[in-house]
Design a binder for this molecule. Structure first.
Ligand code: UDP
Length: 337
């Protein structure tokens, strides 16, 4: 039987599709290509271009492919955008999932894995943050994901579905074999900005806030390599296939690096000393965000392979260099007069 992956042409979705394929699973993807790329979907995987909230499309795909589980990535992910356009986020994230769940229930798909986020915690009282911590999202993005978690819980109770909610911390890096990576134009994530600076695409990187009460004054984040996160989805699927009960799990490594340490890792990886500028705090930033990983390690058969900031930086940099070469190849050559 087949796994339906929504958003399978996007950054984390495509790494997961690849990991599922490498594990011998049959996979089918629904993606509207708003931020994803059709060439990220490997050969042998059917791609349906459309909306994960289009119930007719989803039910057709489930019936045609014998889908046993859904892994749901599709959605909008930019926190500041969600502040400007909350209803867009509630549509793309909450309403889309409502329709997808309706299709799943109608077609008796009893296993569901959902991409959630550490943003559901807001500003936690204790660090590292565990799954039982209060959920107080500070943005419509975080709220739209939390609403989906609640919906999923209610649907599971009413209809006997089993689910795994994965709350991602800071996802970074790229496929170690160079097949996939973060290609979204205008990405704002720290590692992406840093490798763009290291490859000369930016004159400098700003550090937002250097007066926090942390080791060096900058914010602290728990970075998880995208390939380890992809493997966590495979492990969650195996867990549900073995009859595991519904679970909500933090996805991180359980240790934090400051923004300055992260930039230093990219400098080391690249051997280039790009400019760093100290800037004002970014509104809405949480000072420190580190996952308590006790539960995921106890629940899933999952051992991270790339728990190293240096490896994450190296893979992100290698991918950025590849993108750059591809883009240069696409620039039209001047025709001699
Ligand atoms: N950050 C920074 N400069 C940048 C981008 C990000 O100093 O150009 C900081 C940001 O203020 C935060 C951390 O890096 O403290 C992680 O930000 P990111 O946007 O990557 O992820 P978030 O934790 O906000 O989801």
């Amino acid at each position: 039987m087949t796994i339906l992956v929504t958003g399978g042409a996007g950054y984390i979705g495509s790494h997961t599709v690849q990991a599922l394929r490498d594990a011998g699973e049959r996979v089918v993807v629904i993606d509207n290509l708003s931020t994803g790329f059709s060439h990220f979907v490997p050969e042998g995987v059917a791609l349906f271009i459309g909306d994960a909230g289009d119930e007719n499309l989803v039910e057709g795909v489930i019936a045609a492919h014998g889908v046993r589980a859904i892994i749901h990535f599709a959605g909008s992910v930019v926190v500041p955008d969600s502040m400007r356009d909350p209803l867009g986020y509630y549509r793309n994230n909450t309403m889309t999932t409502r329709n997808l769940l309706n299709a799943a229930v109608r077609c008796n798909v009893g296993r569901f894995i959902f991409s959630s986020t550490a943003a559901v915690y807001g500003n936690p009282d204790t660090m590292p943050v565990a799954e039982e911590a209060p959920t107080r999202p500070l943005s419509p993005y975080g709220m739209s994901k939390l609403m989906t978690e609640i919906m999923l819980h209610d649907v599971a109770t009413a209809h006997g579905m089993n689910y795994v909610v994965l709350r991602y911390f800071n996802v970074a890096g790229a496929d170690p074999l160079g097949r996939l990576g973060l290609a979204t134009v205008g990405a704002t994530h720290l590692l992406k900005i840093a490798v763009e600076a290291a490859t000369g695409q930016r004159a400098k990187i700003d550090v937002f806030g250097t007066d926090y009460p942390t080791a060096d004054g900058s914010c602290v984040r728990d970075f998880i390599h995208v390939s380890d996160l992809a493997e966590a989805h495979c492990a969650a699927l195996a867990y549900l296939d073995q009859g595991g009960p519904s679970a909500t799990l933090n996805c991180g490594y359980g240790r934090g690096y400051t923004v300055l340490e992260t930039i230093e890792a990219v400098r080391r990886a690249s051997g280039r000393n790009f400019a760093v500028q100290y800037a004002e705090r970014r509104p809405g930033d949480i000072m420190t965000m580190i996952a308590d990983t006790t539960r995921i390690r106890a629940t899933l058969d999952w051992t991270p392979r790339y728990d190293s900031l240096d490896i994450i930086a190296r893979h992100a940099l290698a991918w950025e260099e590849k993108l750059l070469i591809e883009r240069q190849d696409q620039v039209p050559q001047a025709v001699p007069a």
